[in-house]
Design a protein around this ligand. Structure first.
Ligand code: ATP
Ligand code: MG
Length: 575
């Protein structure tokens, strides 16, 4: 394509509201424009990238036997009411009424609609398995749309759904998706991890997320050399023991000893008053779940991970209000502890167990009495507690699989896969007859990928001070052909020759033939980020052009006869 015929509105400056690199560069490079908060226009360059991503997705979905179809994006509320999500989901769902005053919703996702279809059309185990997919618009009124196209309110998603007769079948469909996803993310050129994720407390048989490392990410994962990889929401870890001097300081007491701690409520305050590091303290948090009080305990140097507690409880929870704290414990926040507390479920992190990394040692806890704490509290001896995994994994802790050292990385979620089980088939009555003629609920899986997130993540992972460095598979063009002087006839002739020759060999070339300063063309080429640049300038008269990879700075002068081979080898070397 000729740049003179392309709508490519590049900008000199970053948009003022942009923080993420991808946001700045996709706007500056003329890929996208913001229409309203979290609602974006994809310009021709941006759409080319999306199309390349989508093509890869389609090829890999087709390769596992998935069938593409297209679902509506405006739904009667009924199906969403049947699964309960109409009520469970709050302001994130766009809701509207039709002219007959009927409740409608805009598609946030499509489990309900796919299940609706399956429930009507699939009759027998012979109709299974099925994998259906679409690349379709989703609407979500995200609380904080930000980061350009990383988190938006209207976006394309590849979503697929599998339908199987039993759990073994689901495992097969799930494994096929892992295969397809691994290939999709590898081909799109992202650095990514497949991590264990939380299938949510509404059941589900298992889930994984595909995560790409980037400081712009809103998720964190725990990783180990051995291959262990999990979202911190549920990542297990072996806590480090508290330091040695604390052990000597706190060991050996026969039972808890009360100490006066006036107005000392926080871990930091108690720690500094008593001269005991945070890891020698227990943080006690009173929660209410299903109307019942629960005391959740983690070490003073740890954070409670809400989702872990939710999984243990099998229900959601909330922090107790100050009046409830008073009523249940007789004291105020900051002085709570497990000793002597009755009628409260006591849950302590595994690292606090006598056989945990700290050993059977005494900790400092609140005394359930204003302005007082207890020293030398041994859980299991002084209070009967359940030991469960509650604390957030941190870097440096031990890997739960191999004992190695965990590291934590900031990541962007680019895709995820869920074993749903019968979560949607039950309420929507999706059943088939099995071999014995018995009606059975269909076992479902659901699988999502955000193509625009892939695009933005690729920019987060591939950029420098000059602009975008696209992975070659999803760059808007393979080769940027810069003609230095638009008016120079020799250059025009050589550029045309290069353009047609490379085109014939299958390269997608953007020929910058615009009548603008050479500096502008070079700057735009760097900004737009095609993997290979060919420059037609003064040497054109000698049949020589300059070639340079976007990812490096080494230029070479190449005779036209050699050009095809040079481009091919630079392409080969590009990521
Ligand atoms: P997140 O935790 O980031 O909100 P999610 O868990 O809500 O994501 P899913 O509902 O599973 O995401 O959607 C599948 C995929 O769709 C995600 O992995 C992501 O690539 C993409 N996606 C989700 N929400 C958005 C959004 N608001 N903007 C752009 N892409 C999105
Ligand atoms: Mg979300």
């Amino acid at each position: 394509m000729r740049a003179s015929q392309l709508f490519m509105p590049t900008l000199k400056d970053d948009p003022s509201d942009a923080e993420a690199a991808s946001h700045k560069l996709l706007v500056r490079g003329g890929f996208v424009r913001q229409f309203a908060a979290g609602i974006y226009i994809f310009l021709p360059l941006g759409w080319r990238v999306m199309e390349r991503v989508n093509r890869i997705i389609r090829e890999e979905m087709d390769a596992i036997g998935a069938l593409e179809l297209s679902m509506p994006t405006i739904h009667p509320a009924e199906v969403w009411q049947q699964t309960g999500r109409y009520y469970d989901i709050g302001a994130e769902m766009f809701r509207l009424k039709d002219r007959g005053d009927r409740d409608m919703v805009l598609a946030m996702t499509h489990e309900e609609v796919f299940a609706w279809l399956a429930g009507r059309e699939l009759r027998s185990y012979r109709d299974l398995p099925q994998i259906w997919y679409q690349i379709q618009t989703k609407f979500r009124d995200e609380p904080r749309p930000k980061g350009g196209v990383l988190r938006v309110r209207e976006f394309l998603m590849k979503d697929s759904y599998s339908f199987d007769i039993d759990v073994e079948g689901l495992e097969v469909s799930y494994a096929k998706h892992i295969e397809a996803y691994d290939r999709i993310f590898t081909r799109t050129g992202l650095r990514f991890y497949r991590v264990e994720s939380d299938p949510g407390m509404m059941g589900g048989l298992g889930a994984h997320e595909y995560m790409a490392d980037s400081p712009a990410g809103e998720d964190r994962v725990a990783l180990c050399e051995c291959g262990y990889a999990a979202n911190v929401e549920l990542a297990r870890s072996i806590a480090l023991p508290p330091s040695a001097e604390e052990v000597t300081d706190l060991e050996g007491s026969e039972g808890p000893v009360e100490v006066s701690t006036p107005n000392t409520r926080t871990i930091a305050e108690v720690s500094s008053l008593l001269g005991i590091p945070a890891s020698g303290l227990i943080k006690s948090l009173l929660m209410i779940s299903d109307g019942q009080p629960v005391l959740a305990m983690v070490r003073g140097d740890q954070e409670l991970r809400e989702r872990k507690l939710e999984r243990v409880l099998g229900a959601s929870f909330r922090p107790a209000h100050p009046e409830e704290v008073k009523e249940i414990t007789g004291t105020e926040g900051g002085f709570l502890g497990p000793v002597g507390l009755s009628g409260v479920r006591l849950l302590a992190d595994l690292s606090l167990a006598p056989d945990g990394p700290g050993g059977a040692r005494g900790y400092v806890t609140g005394a359930n009495k204003l302005h007082a704490h207890l020293r030398g509290v041994v859980l299991g001896r002084d209070a009967q507690v359940e030991f469960v995994d509650l604390h957030e994994a941190t870097s440096g802790e031990g890997c739960p699989e191999c004992g190695g050292v965990l590291r934590i990385e900031q990541v962007i979620e680019v895709g995820n896969i869920f074993k749903l089980g019968t979560k949607y088939s039950d309420p929507l009555g999706v059943t088939v007859l099995d071999e014995d003629g018995v009606e059975r609920p269909v076992i479902m899986g659901s699988y999502g990928i955000g193509p625009a997130r892939i695009m933005a993540t690729a920019v987060e992972q591939g950029n420098d001070e000059r602009g975008i460095v696209w992975p070659k598979a999803i760059a808007p063009f393979d080769v940027q052909l810069v003609q230095v002087q638009a008016a120079d006839e020799t250059q025009t002739a050589v550029a045309a020759e290069v353009y047609f020759m490379l085109g014939e060999q299958g390269w997608d070339v953007l020929w910058d033939d615009r009548d603008v300063r050479a500096g502008v063309k070079f700057a735009d080429a760097e900004l737009i980020g095609a993997p290979v640049r060919v420059t037609v300038g003064k040497l054109a008269a000698h049949g020589v052009v300059e070639v340079q990879p976007r990812a490096g700075s080494e230029r070479q002068e190449v005779a036209l006869a050699e050009l095809a081979a040079t481009v091919a080898s630079l392409w080969q070397a590009a990521r």
